[in-house]
Design a protein around this ligand. Structure first.
Ligand code: F6P
Length: 325
């Protein structure tokens, strides 16, 4: 395989706090090892459209504390087609790019895996998503900041919940994973979390009503993981019908939870994994995501990282249940 001289860098999928810290880390780590770096704008879509600029260490000055991504992001439909992939590859080679670093979530890393397999090129991924749903890494870039943002919002909602003695259903993101809901519920002292990982046959609302509010509480907060059929409105409507004595409200946090300056944890995770990505390329690794497990940098094959069943520690469910009575 030809020697890698130039690394292309892109962010793809939903933006996440800490993506800029990752861009900074990859750029500076690469330059320090003698690679050239090219920033690709608007993710895979930008590679297809040839939106590529040379990056220097100055290109990434002052961005470690900024949310979002200076490279912009997109959810590209065209990269799912053979024609789009081929155009992306042609632009990559025309710009002299020998390896790609892709910062993004599940869909973006799946794209990287397919691209790497199709053209036999080096692709390395960084786990950039607020959802924390990538396998093989303890945390993803953006997840910690988002949990903190949710907790800040729930603390405020608590004031109204208590003052008016209401039940609030607060809906948070996470796509198909409940990490944001479960951990923000523990950290905010919420009374319950309704998450997709609870696969018991129990009706989560019924269990919660019996366990919590009906016994001892006049107000409470339930964090609900987004779900197109059974989101916060679904549960609120049921409570209104089944327990009309309660005053119920819904808050959908939406994109409010995805923005903002990254936490120190996310900046460090992004800095470490960005550095790890360049080490991986130097060592001849390819088609892997760089993560951190038990405080150690790890290289996880793309095929494993994108598995859809990242396990949640079931103790988290017990902890919330015990502490919220
Ligand atoms: O994957 C990150 C995420 O924020 C999910 O939690 C959410 O379901 C989705 O992206 C929302 O995507 P968009 O910003 O494209 O509406």
């Amino acid at each position: 395989m030809a020697k890698i001289k130039t690394i292309g860098l892109l962010t793809s999928g939903g933006d996440a706090p800490g993506m800029n810290a990752a861009i900074r880390s990859v750029t500076r780590s690469a330059i320090s090892k003698g690679f050239k770096v090219k920033g690709i704008y608007r993710g895979w879509e930008g590679l297809i459209n040839n939106e590529i600029k040379d990056f220097t260490t100055e290109s990434v000055s002052g961005i470690i504390r900024q949310g979002g991504t200076i490279l912009k992001s997109a959810r590209s439909e065209r990269v799912r087609t053979e024609e789009g992939m081929r155009q992306a590859y042609d632009n990559m080679t025309a710009n002299g790019i020998d390896a790609l670093v892709v910062i993004g979530g599940n869909g973006s890393l799946r794209g990287a895996m397919e691209f790497a397999n199709m053209f036999d090129v080096c692709c390395v991924g960084l786990p950039g998503t607020i959802d924390n749903d990538l396998y093989g890494t303890d945390s993803t870039i953006g997840y910690d900041t988002t949990v903190n943002t949710i907790v800040e919002c729930v603390d405020r909602i608590r004031d109204t919940a208590t003052s008016h003695e209401r039940i609030f259903f607060v809906e948070v993101m996470g796509r198909d994973a409940g990490f944001l809901a479960q951990n923000s519920a523990i950290a905010s002292g919420a009374e319950a979390a309704i998450i997709p990982e609870d696969t018991t046959d129990n009706d989560q609302l019924e269990v919660f009503m019996e366990r919590g509010i009906r016994k001892s509480k006049k107000s409470c907060i339930v964090i609900v993981s987004e779900n197109k059929d059974k989101g916060a409105y679904y549960y609120a409507d049921r409570v209104k019908k089944e327990f009309p004595e309660y005053d119920v409200r819904v808050t959908i946090l939406g994109h409010l939870q995805r923005g903002g300056s990254p936490s120190a944890h996310d900046r460090i995770l992004a800095s470490m994994t960005g550095y790890g990505a360049i080490e991986a390329i130097t060592q001849g690794q390819r088609n892997i995501m760089v993560g951190i497990r038990n405080n150690e940098l790890v290289y996880v094959p793309f095929s494993e990282a994108i598995r859809s069943d990242k396990p949640m520690d079931k103790k988290l469910i017990s902890v919330l249940n015990v502490l919220s009575i």
